[in-house]
Design a protein around this ligand. Structure first.
Ligand SMILES: Cc1ncc(COP(=O)(O)O)c(C=O)c1O
Length: 399
């Protein structure tokens, strides 16, 4: 099918929930994608942080193909090797205790919310109907935690809190990087504080180290669980395995998704020592969670990080290089984020118009609020960074 036919068919038959670029992608290799007519695009989006090793990395394709040909699904009634292997690597790389595999970031956050509430209930509840109220979860203004009912409620942006009432009870919102607001919002009813250490959808804004310290202190002193939402920022994206690694904190629960599967739908709720027993048999589950094909992809992605830190160093160095070059572009007023999770402030220019101008010139980029957001594959090489930034420079000038 050609691009026009694909667009017409998809527009006719899929729910109209996405604002799409006027582009169909038919194939990809590494950092380059092609439309059905063969037009090439340089990709600084990684499918919103998902294709962490780029398009169709040969080892990843082989691992997924091999598993699809061996057994595609077993259900969680049975054990399977890819799930076991991926879990072992995730625990080795995080130093945490156990993982529950979900299918998406929102579902991972749902699992984290359930686990936090159960942890609190088991420790501080007195039984059903006892008026137990230590179930509240504090999140931050500007955060994004997903699209399910619980996670849109957790999301600290008013624009998500329309239409779908009634929302889930028990969420309170503190201002980001505002210690006084944090102290006002956390009460003796709080069981967890859930944060993105780098807010992705909110504009690639990292937390102030002092604010992160204060969250960690509060959590420790009051037995409040710290949940790190690493759905966008985790699995190497920021040059550390998790973005919280840039801060002096130790979360009790970490959620991941996006880049974990390298292109297949997988998420994880990773439990630390304190929370590893929070959920037991029957408390949580997922038909597709831990699917062998998906876990074979995740296991392959994770294997890339089992190299003594060389891949992470490479990501961090390329991130530094990217930032240095980006800062030289006329129209870029500021840069945020870590590693290859990059936000660019373009002042009064319209970031969405810049993204369209870039796409018209063969470069795919993202926006987050009024910023440009760049999430290139972690495997990108410097000449591709140079080529993409030259196009981005032209696109900014054109707007
Ligand atoms: C920080 C964060 N949490 C959760 C989500 C939701 O993930 P998913 O779309 O896989 O449900 C996202 C998605 O953008 C995210 O960036």
């Amino acid at each position: 099918m050609n691009s026009e036919d694909i667009k017409k068919l998809e527009d006719a038959y899929t729910a109209n929930t996405y604002a799409r670029y006027d582009i169909a992608i038919a194939e990809g290799r590494g950092v380059r994608a092609k439309d059905p007519e063969g037009r090439e695009y340089l990709d600084f989006t990684s499918g919103i942080g998902v294709n962490s090793l780029g398009f169709c990395e040969p080892g990843w394709v082989a691992a997924v193909r091999e598993q699809a040909g061996a057994v595609q699904h077993v259900s969680n009634l049975f054990y399977s090797e890819p799930c076991a292997r991926a879990a072992e690597k995730l625990i080795t790389l995080t130093g945490m205790s156990t993982v529950f595999f979900s299918n998406s970031g929102a579902e991972a956050n749902e699992g984290a919310i359930k686990a936090a509430r159960k942890y609190s209930y088991m420790k501080y509840g007195r039984g059903a109907g006892d008026g137990f109220d230590r179930y509240r979860i504090v999140t931050l203004a500007g955060s994004f935690h997903g699209r399910t009912m619980a996670t849109i409620t957790a999301t600290g942006q008013d624009s998500f809190h329309k239409y779908f009432t009634p929302f889930l009870q028990g969420f309170d919102y503190a201002e980001t990087n505002d210690v006084a607001s944090l102290h006002e919002t956390v009460t003796d009813k709080t069981c967890a504080i859930m944060v993105e250490f780098v807010q992705g959808e909110g504009g690639v804004n990292e937390l102030d180290p002092g604010f992160a310290d204060e969250i960690a202190k509060l959590c420790k002193s009051r037995d409040i669980l710290l949940i790190a939402d690493e759905v966008q920022s985790g699995v190497g994206r920021t040059g550390r395995f998790m973005a919280y690694g840039h801060f002096d904190v130790k979360p009790d629960i970490v959620t991941v998704a996006k880049g974990l599967g390298g292109g297949l739908p997988v998420g994880g709720v990773i439990f630390g020592e304190k929370t590893k027993g929070a959920l037991g048999p029957g408390d949580h589950g997922s038909t597709f969670g831990g699917n062998p094909v998906v876990c074979a992809g995740a296991d392959y992605v994770l294997s890339k990080f089992m190299d003594g830190g060389a891949f992470l160093r490479d990501i961090a160095e390329k991130g530094d290089y990217f930032r240095e070059k980006l800062a030289l572009l006329s129209g870029v007023k500021g840069i945020s984020g870590f590693g290859l999770m990059i936000g660019a402030d373009v002042g009064s220019k319209d970031a969405k118009a810049i993204a369209s101008a870039a796409a018209a010139r063969g470069l795919l980029i993202l926006t987050a609020k009024d910023k440009i957001r760049l999430l290139p594959p972690l495997t990108i090489v410097r000449p591709d960074i140079d080529e993409g930034l030259a196009i981005l420079g032209e696109a900014i000038l054109a707007v």
